[in-house]
Every structure is written in structure tokens, then in C-alpha cells.
Design a protein around this ligand. Structure first.
Ligand SMILES: [Zn+2]
Length: 167
């Protein structure tokens, strides 16, 4: 599993939105990246609206949890162990260790699947991924056959996308 694990400076969402000191980085590279992230967000809010809407509902459910921008998506650090990706929103455990970092990168890979698949994302990725993770039959299969979680197409593809182009 070749996961891209980067330490993105933790900047508050409010500072990013208001252009406060913590959100200012400067430079043409950053401006280009910002335009790319705006386009990314616009596509997630139109083409990817079904999952982005669900993500927004979940975001409101965990509104008191810490939030931050992460590579152009809203990352919520909740108190659960697992992660989920719904369009413009990703949810990961609240930690700074390598596991949390890898999970954020992986969930970001799913957001790129949302970008590519749009309205097909929930049926093609969301549901199969959820079943692969939750179904007892799938858990037993992984355990007994020693199959890694990342073997399943939804996960392997997300890992690959997470390590490609950085927005
Ligand atoms: Zn996944």
C-alpha cells in the first residue's frame, strides 16, 4: 500500500474562510492551488452533490468537532475510529499519528473518486466500500484468507488517487 502521507499544517477553517493570518501562505503556486481547490469544491457541489449533501448533513451532526481544510476538502476530526468520505467532506479520527494521517490521505482519495464519478459515486464506491468494511462475511473473508482491506477495488483505487496529483 503506497499511501501518500503528508503533514499539512493544521489551519483553522475560520482563518481560511476569513483570510486571516493563519490562512495566508502567499506565492503564485498557492494562488494556482487555491483556484484548483475552488474548482474542485464547485464540482463537488454540483456534479458530486448527492454525496456532498450527505457529507454536509454529517458535518452538521459533528459541528462541534474540530474542522480544517485538507487539500481542498473540509476535514472533520471526530471521536470515532473509522473514516468516511462524502464529496467535499471527509471525516477521520482526531489524531496526529501516522494512522490518522494515512486515513486522511485515503479518504481524500475517495473524494477524487467522487470528482470522477459524480452521481454514480454512492452506488459505485460508497455502498460497496461500506459493505466491504461492515459485512461480517467480508470481515471473515479478510481474516481467514488474510486479505488486506486495501485489496478491494474501492480502497485500492482510493489509495492510488490519494498519492497522485496534489491540489
Ligand atoms: Zn476507503
Amino acid at each position: 500500500m503506497a499511501l501518500f502521507c503528508t503533514r499539512v499544517p493544521r489551519r483553522s477553517l475560520s482563518a481560511e474562510l476569513t483570510g486571516g493570518p493563519a490562512g495566508r501562505v502567499g506565492g503564485n503556486m498557492e494562488k494556482t492551488k487555491s483556484v484548483g481547490q475552488m474548482i474542485f469544491a464547485a464540482i463537488q457541489c454540483t456534479w458530486g452533490i448527492p454525496q456532498t449533501f450527505l457529507g454536509f448533513v454529517l458535518f452538521l451532526r459533528y459541528i462541534r468537532a474540530p474542522h480544517e481544510w485538507y487539500r481542498g476538502v473540509v476535514r472533520t476530526r471526530w471521536d470515532l475510529e473509522g473514516g468516511i468520505s462524502l464529496g467535499l467532506f471527509i471525516f477521520t479520527p482526531d489524531g496526529e499519528d501516522e494512522w490518522c494521517c494515512k486515513m486522511a490521505a485515503h479518504e481524500y482519495g475517495h473524494t477524487r473518486q467522487s470528482l470522477l464519478l459524480g452521481p454514480l459515486y454512492l452506488a459505485a464506491i460508497g455502498l460497496p466500500s461500506l459493505l466491504w468494511e461492515r459485512l461480517e462475511w467480508c470481515r471473515r473473508l479478510r481474516r481467514e484468507k488474510n486479505i488486506p482491506y486495501s485489496w478491494f477495488y474501492t480502497e485500492r483505487w482510493a489509495d492510488r488517487l490519494s498519492s497522485s496529483i496534489y491540489i
